[in-house]
Design a protein around this ligand. Structure first.
Ligand code: F6P
Length: 341
C-alpha cells in the first residue's frame, strides 16, 4: 500500500483541514494510506508524525486551523536539514509528500524536488492570496469576510464618536485582503503596499468628505504599507525565512491623520483574528477539491507540481511557476476601488 505524507507549514489558513480531509478521502479511494507530518517541515526533520486513518476526515472540513499544526521551520537554514528531510522521508516509509503552504513552504518543497528529486506535490495556501500560479488560495475568502464584518462593526462606533477609524489588516507585500474587504465594506480609503500613497493624499481624500459633511470615516490599510520609507515592524526579529513581524502602520496613520486633519482618530489591528474561526463555504470546498486533486497528482506521479485553481477548474501547475514571484494586486483593480474613495 502506498503511503502519502502531508504537512502544513507557515501561517495557518482556514481551509487547511479541508485539504487534509480531501487527501484522506482520495487516498482511501486509491487504496493508499496517509501519514500526517506534524508542525510543517519541523515534523519531517524530527520524524514527528501521526497516522491519519479515513475516520479522521469526518467533519474535518468544517474546522478552522490545522490538525497537523504548523511552523515556519526552514530545513535549508538547519545544518544538514535538506539531507535529513530526504532521509526521514525514506525512514518514515513515504512514497510521496504533499506540502501545503505559501511561498516559503512551497519554496522548500520545490528545492527538495530539485535537489533530491523528492516526490513532492504542493497545495497553495495563504490568507494573503499572493501566490502565483493559481487564481486564488484558500483561506483568503474567510479572512476577507472576517475583515469586512470587522470594518462594518467598527463603523458603528466610529459614527457614534465622529471619528476616523483606521483598520489594519494582514497583507505583507500584497493588498488583496485590504482591497477586497475595503471595497466590500465601503471604506473611505484603502491603502495597499503596491500603490504608494502619502499621508497628505490620504488626508486630502478625507478632508474632501469632511467638507461635504461627513462626520466619521473608515480607512483600511494593509500591514505591509510603507507610509515613510520602511515597513512598520513590532521588533527587529526575523523568522527562518527572513520575514520581520509586521504591525503598527495603522497606529502611525491614525496619529498622522489626527494631526493633519484635527479629526479624532483611532486604530485597530485585526491581526490573527483574520486566520481564526471556521472556514467559509468557498474555502471549505476549494480546500476539499485541492486535497482530492493533490492526492490525484500523487497517483499520477506528477512530482514537482502544485494544485491550482484556474477559473473553476482545479489543475496541476509546476511549483516553479508558483514560487519566488508574488502575485500582487494589478493597478487596474486598485483604480476600480479608488472610484469609491
Ligand atoms: O499568513 C501570512 C500572514 O498572515 C501575513 O500576512 C502576516 O504578516 C503573517 O502571516 C503573520 O504570521 P505569524 O504571526 O503567525 O508569524
Amino acid at each position: 500500500m502506498k503511503k502519502i505524507g502531508i504537512l502544513t507549514g507557515g501561517g495557518d489558513a482556514p481551509g487547511l483541514n479541508a485539504v487534509i480531509a480531501g487527501v484522506i478521502a482520495q487516498a482511501k479511494a486509491d487504496g493508499a494510506s496517509v501519514l500526517g507530518i506534524l508542525r510543517g517541515w519541523a515534523g519531517l526533520l524530527e520524524k514527528d508524525a501521526v497516522v491519519l486513518d479515513p475516520s479522521r476526515a469526518e467533519g474535518l472540513a468544517t474546522r478552522g486551523g490545522t490538525i497537523l499544526f504548523s511552523s515556519r521551520t526552514n530545513p535549508y537554514k538547519k545544518p544538514n536539514g535538506p539531507q535529513t528531510a530526504r532521509d526521514n522521508f525514506a525512514a518514515l516509509g513515504l512514497d510521496a509528500l504533499i506540502a501545503c503552504g505559501g511561498d516559503d513552504t512551497l519554496g522548500v518543497a520545490r528545492k527538495l524536488y530539485d535537489d533530491f528529486k523528492l516526490p513532492v506535490v504542493g497545495v497553495p495556501k495563504t490568507i494573503d492570496n499572493d501566490l502565483s500560479g493559481t487564481d486564488r488560495t484558500f483561506g483568503f475568502d474567510t479572512a476577507v469576510n472576517i475583515a469586512m464584518r470587522a470594518i462594518d462593526d467598527l463603523r458603528v462606533t466610529a459614527e457614534s464618536h465622529r471619528r476616523i477609524m483606521v483598520v489594519e489588516v494582514m497583507g505583507r507585500h500584497a493588498g488583496w485582503i485590504a482591497l477586497w474587504a475595503g471595497m466590500a465594506a465601503a471604506a473611505d480609503v484603502t491603502i495597499i503596499p503596491e500603490v504608494k500613497m502619502s499621508v497628505a493624499e490620504i488626508a486630502a481624500i478625507l478632508k474632501r468628505k469632511k467638507d461635504l459633511g461627513r462626520t466619521s470615516a473608515m480607512v483600511v490599510v494593509a500591514e505591509g504599507v510603507e507610509l515613510t520609507d520602511a515597513m512598520v515592524t513590532q521588533d527587529k526579529s526575523t523568522d527562518a525565512f527572513g520575514h520581520v513581524k509586521l504591525g503598527g502602520v495603522g497606529k502611525q496613520l491614525e496619529q498622522e491623520l489626527e494631526k493633519a486633519l484635527k479629526w479624532e482618530a483611532r486604530s485597530v489591528i485585526l491581526g490573527h483574528l483574520q486566520r481564526g474561526g471556521a472556514p467559509s463555504a468557498l474555502d471549505r470546498v476549494i480546500g476539499l477539491r485541492f486535497g482530492l486533486a493533490a492526492a490525484g497528482l500523487v497517483r499520477e506521479k506528477k512530482w514537482g507540481q502544485m494544485v491550482s485553481l484556474k477559473g473553476n477548474e482545479v489543475v496541476g501547475v509546476s511549483l516553479t511557476e508558483a514560487v519566488g514571484k508574488l502575485r500582487t494586486v494589478p493597478p487596474a483593480f486598485y483604480e476600480e476601488a479608488r472610484l469609491f474613495f
